[in-house]
Design a protein around this ligand. Sequence first.
Ligand SMILES: NC(=O)c1ccc[n+]([C@@H]2O[C@H](COP(=O)([O-])OP(=O)(O)OC[C@H]3O[C@@H](n4cnc5c(N)ncnc54)[C@H](O)[C@@H]3O)[C@@H](O)[C@H]2O)c1
Length: 256
Amino acid sequence: MLLSGKVAVITGGAGDLGNAMALHLAQEGAAVSLWDIKSEAEAAPQIDRVKSATLNVQYQQVDIRDRVAVDAAFNAVMEQFGSLDIVCANAGIVEAAPFLEITPESWTRHIEINLTGSFHVGQQAARLMVRQGKGGRIIFTSTWVSAIPWPEITAYTASKGGLNMLMKQMARELAPHKILVNAIAPGIVKAGLAGRQLVEEPQYAARVAKVIPLGEPGTPEEIARAVVYLAGPHTAYMTGSILTLDGGCSLFQFDS
Ligand SMILES: NC(=O)c1ccc[n+]([C@@H]2O[C@H](COP(=O)([O-])OP(=O)(O)OC[C@H]3O[C@@H](n4cnc5c(N)ncnc54)[C@H](O)[C@@H]3O)[C@@H](O)[C@H]2O)c1
């Protein structure tokens, strides 16, 4: 048990990657607070899944765009568990559209959720951790396409590029407080956002079939195990890094 006695918050905890993160953190002994924009009833299967690993589970319906709601949700974590050690700022969206067809509304949604929402969560987490005075871990969910353009997701890649810089700024400024800030960069995972695109967008599935050197999409469990690594004792000297698990996608597998 690497994380006994630790308290973790996971945003997007009712989604595929976030739920796997919560389960794996719980299996290592952490108490977990799942946050998601979904209602508790909608999230019931994901909550039950985590309860199979620990009884120390809290669910909060939170829209991370709402700063007042984010601050209140952190207060509720402190009330129930009395501590905050690990925060996975993982909630995110993607809405595919060719560049010429992106609407201002869709652009704004990506920035507000993927970037500003992550800022709200990261800043309030850091403030609480500084107040506690015992350090902490903040882990953002970025993506392999945060530094590499991929067709028809400009708003998404731009928001995640900003997220990488948010992570690095925080890592730099929070290091004196022993708050370690890193990001996980999944590749194409056969679940969640990409899982839906694989089913709903034939042009996406056709592209994916050609770009993964290791041959197939990743799994939420692989990402979750890496998050446990970033939350645990083996990465106590790691901050400001992006841990990429993309099956080699960013190595550019050109047709030969
Ligand atoms: N699936 C992939 O292949 C993949 C690859 C790289 C990165 N990611 C990243 O992983 C993260 C999780 O995505 P996923 O693939 O599990 O998708 P998902 O849709 O299964 O999970 C995302 C969750 O975020 C929640 N959410 C959306 N807007 C929210 C808001 N305003 N406030 C609170 N919660 C909100 C959704 O309800 C959902 O449960 C995202 O940041 C995504 O960019 C996913």
